[in-house]
Design a protein around this ligand. Structure first.
Ligand code: NAD
Length: 300
């Protein structure tokens, strides 16, 4: 079966030819294009279409969150991009708008419950609804020098405040809106660190926070499953983002690559398809799923 792009190119050529024979072929082709489009709209691919849905992404100022925001926008969503660093989401919102995607930049510290509630309110005020929420903001303090006994308490507390409390505050504020209308998709960004212990770097706080995020996702996934709200998470392996382009981690990136069956770090684009699936009606029977996307890292 020819692709729609190929069909349209053929149609253009026939119309340009503009002979009685080519125009009659063009007429035939229009029929084929229409039935192919009907299949695309009403078949399985149409179910990935998120036209008119309202989505939010936290930590959308760069890295994974920025890619998720673009993916959701390209799938048809209006997208609120939310981050502690407002200038970053201002830029991302402008990039989305330049593609014709309705967007809103929101400044939020997800570790602050009032901030999170204000974020959801601002989005509902602007777009009238909230259908999809990607709670993606997260931080890590990794070290190859200190052991956990020497890690400052502030690092432990901040990690938990952002990666665990922050995700819970988001789920709560989004859940309040979604449970009221009996419909919604919440997708948290956990990590494979919620399942395995990374090495050689030491990051007990991060690993514990992500394990908490996975189990919180399962708990809320079960709790809200019969109320129309799906809560799931993605757990990336090592992704090539600023999060691990730090001085401390640079020397060990080669080791991560060697230990990954796919022999590379993930690109942010490797995660987008999973989000579109978990945001779409095709995942209506997924509750508390932890989708590990790690190039096979956790298999070895
Ligand atoms: N990069 C990886 O290898 C990797 C692997 C597994 C999981 N993750 C997770 O994916 C998510 C995104 O990671 P990334 O690699 O894109 O990171 P990143 O550091 O590139 O981007 C994170 C964004 O979150 C924002 N942010 C930080 N604290 C915030 C807060 N309190 N409130 C609101 N926004 C805040 C930052 O300003 C930044 O724009 C994180 O939850 C991270 O733990 C990343």
């Amino acid at each position: 079966m020819a692709s729609q792009a190929q069909n349209l190119a053929n149609l253009e050529a026939l119309l340009q030819e503009a002979t009685p024979a080519s125009l009659s072929k063009a007429q035939e082709l229009v029929g084929q294009i229409k039935s192919r489009q009907q299949l695309l709209d009403q078949g399985v691919l149409g179910k990935f279409n998120l036209d008119g849905k309202v989505a939010l992404v936290t930590g959308a100022g760069q890295g994974i969150g920025e890619a998720l925001a673009h993916g959701l926008g390209e799938a048809g969503c209006k997208v609120a991009v939310c981050d502690l660093e407002f200038s970053r989401v201002e830029r991302v919102a402008a990039d989305l708008a330049a593609k014709g995607i309705p967007s809103l930049a929101v400044k939020v510290d997800v570790s602050n419950k009032e901030d999170v509630e204000a974020m959801v309110k601002a989005i509902v005020d602007k777009f009238g609804d909230l259908d999809i929420a990607c709670n993606n903001a997260g931080i890590v303090y990794s070290t190859t020098e200190n052991h956990s006994v020497d890690i400052p308490q502030t690092q432990w507390e901040r990690t938990m405040a952002v990666n665990l409390n922050g995700v819970f505050y988001c789920c709560q504020a989004e859940g309040k809106h979604m449970l009221k209308k009996g419909k919604g998709k919440i997708i948290n960004t956990a990590s494979m660190s919620g399942t395995i212990v990374n090495h050689p770097q030491i990051q007990a706080a991060y690993n514990a926070s992500k394990a908490g995020c996975v189990h919180m996702t399962k708990s809320l996934g079960a709790e809200w499953a019969d109320r129309g709200v799906n809560v799931n998470c993605i757990s990336p392996g090592y992704v090539d983002t600023a999060l691990n382009r730090t001085e401390a981690l640079t020397p060990i990136r080669e080791q991560w690559i060697r230990e990954t069956p796919a022999k590379r770090l993930a690109d942010v684009q490797d995660l987008v398809g999973a989000i579109i699936y978990l945001a779409s009606p095709l995942s209506d029977y997924c509750n508390g799923l932890d989708m590990i996307i790690d190039g096979g890292f956790t298999l070895w």
